[in-house]
Write a protein that binds this ligand. Structure first.
Ligand SMILES: Cc1cc2nc3c(=O)[nH]c(=O)nc-3n(C[C@H](O)[C@H](O)[C@H](O)COP(=O)(O)O)c2cc1C
Length: 476
């Protein structure tokens, strides 16, 4: 097996690679690990891809991953509900849960360039012509107007700079070789597609289904235009991502994914989409998307298709939320050196609400942190600042801080008419009011201090030892 090495950014690995070298970079190890701990439901009954598959994933989305082996009308299995909470994400990244953010942050700071291999598993089979007809693409929700590929990780290169980009976008199937691609105008893929259209060209791209979860998480990071998410994935693996060259373009795709569809984005050809579900659980009417056409598809010999249940469902929420939180932390850390963990909460749809931990905030820092969050990512609406003793991912703890450490007239900041993401449920003329809650202690607030009422640590230790004997199955 031969290999090319890509241009390097950050710490690049320079060696040749083959699939047999290094760790597993497919999604199959995660499925096997979930099966081993009883968190994978394997369904052998026939499931209808029109609504029933969606209902099955919806009923189980907070309980287990699902592998549906027989989809009516198709001979390809489907899996979904993989990264449905923080524990699953930690498991996929092979880090303790409390290290998820630092690992993602580290991957932004010290990326590792991929390597290119020949004979990749994802090219064991080649389909040409009518490629979408082979895929068991689900129709999810009553008012949507067609079947959607929801787990499509899109890879493209900037037509001016050649730099790479990976991100998610939906594809609504229009025919065996055609789909509508729905990309927000500010997303890098949309910018690249418009650059190509301005030159009278289409943008070559690849749709990857079923890559390793680390690659999926990296694709959701918010980086600068031209910063390649695949290099962050390499850092998260601790080794370069093994990539393969597409059959019809020079785009590189993860070699161990399940499926790659190769095609073109026609940014100048718009198509009315109809209602589409969003992360907040409701429908949006965005008007038009653009045309995508497909030239060929390559797959593993026994490929499975990944489905991410869209709308307000756990995997859709967490896959977006966790990388957005890490990306915000990277921005905040540039100007607020005492920033701690940053959470993007599930109750804020995994997109709208941020909680920022600051260690002993100095006067004005809470408001500065709010401004950084609103400036960095347009989808962020409500920002809460907490002290270092409050876990920002623990909504009870955050609510407790808001109810005990805040004075509304002093600590709530409302700014009218800031730019809203187009998905914002309350946007009016693409603007919305944004709210900041400063739920941190002020030294002047009350003489009693903020120590929690509790027995001394030594008593806890003695009683923990007692309980370890009395109830060994429970961890206290
Ligand atoms: C499962 C999933 C589906 C998504 N679907 C879409 C979509 O259909 N359209 C879109 O514009 N963004 C979608 N996103 C968000 C983008 O992928 C995300 O904002 C990405 O970071 C944008 O890439 P960029 O930073 O390279 O512009 C989705 C995210 C996830 C996690």
């Amino acid at each position: 097996m031969t290999s090319d090495v890509l241009p390097m950014t950050g710490h690049a690995a320079n060696q040749s690679a083959s699939v047999s070298q290094g760790q597993d970079q497919s999604c199959r190890s995660m499925l096997a690990a979930l099966a081993a701990q009883g968190e994978l439901l394997v369904v052998d009954q026939e499931i209808d891809p029109v609504f029933d598959l969606s209902a099955l994933l919806s009923l189980t989305h907070e309980t287990c991953a699902v592998q549906a082996n027989r989809i009516k009308g198709y001979d390809m299995p489907v899996f979904g509900n993989l990264l449905a909470d923080l524990d699953r994400i930690a498991m996929a990244m092979n880090v303790p849960r409390e290290n998820i953010q630092s690992a993602l942050l580290g991957s932004i700071k010290t990326p590792i360039a991929p390597v290119v291999i020949d004979n990749p598993p994802v090219q064991e089979k080649l389909f040409e012509g009518g490629v979408l007809a082979h895929l068991p693409v689900p129709t999810f929700f009553s008012q949507e107007t067609g079947p959607y590929i929801s787990a499509g990780l899109m890879i493209a290169r900037d037509p001016e700079t050649g730099l790479g980009n990976a991100s998610y976008a939906r594809l609504k199937i229009l025919g065996p070789n055609e789909a509508l691609i729905g990309i927000a105008p500010n997303h890098h893929l949309a910018i690249m597609a418009r650059k190509a259209a301005d030159k009278g060209e289409t943008l070559p791209f690849a749709v990857v289904l079923g890559a390793h979860p680390i690659i999926q998480l990296a694709a959701c990071l918010y980086l600068g235009l031209g910063d390649d998410e695949m290099h962050c994935a390499g850092a998260l693996f601790g080794e370069p991502v093994r990539m393969a060259r597409c059959r019809t373009s020079d785009i590189l795709v993860p070699a161990e994914a399940e499926i790659v569809i190769e095609g073109q984005i026609h940014a100048d050809k718009t198509i009315v989409e109809g209602l589409v579900s969003e992360y907040h659980g409701m429908y949006e009417n965005y008007g038009t998307g653009v045309l995508a056409t497909f030239d060929c598809m390559t797959t593993r010999a026994d490929a499975m298709m990944q489905v991410i249940l869209p709308g307000y469902h756990a995997e859709h929420i967490y896959l977006g939320a966790v990388p957005i939180a890490a990306s915000l932390k990277a921005q905040l850390a540039r100007v607020i050196l005492n920033v701690g963990e940053v959470a993007v909460t599930a109750s804020g749809c995994g997109r709208n609400n941020v909680v920022v931990q600051i260690n002993r905030p100095r006067p004005g820092q809470a408001r500065r942190a709010m401004a950084v969050c609103w400036g960095a990512v347009s989808i962020i609406k409500n920002v809460t600042i907490v002290d270092a003793d409050v876990d920002p991912w623990d909504l009870n703890a955050v609510e407790l801080a808001k109810s005990t450490r805040m004075r509304a007239e002093r600590d709530i900041l409302i700014i009218k008419d800031l730019p809203a993401d187009r998905s914002e449920p309350q946007e009016d003329g693409f603007m919305v009011a944004k709210v900041g809650y400063d739920a941190t202690c002020r030294p002047s607030d009350r003489k009693e201090g903020y120590d929690k009422a509790a027995p001394p640590a030594a008593s806890y230790e003695r009683m923990r030892a007692l309980l370890a004997d009395a109830m060994p199955e429970v961890s206290f």
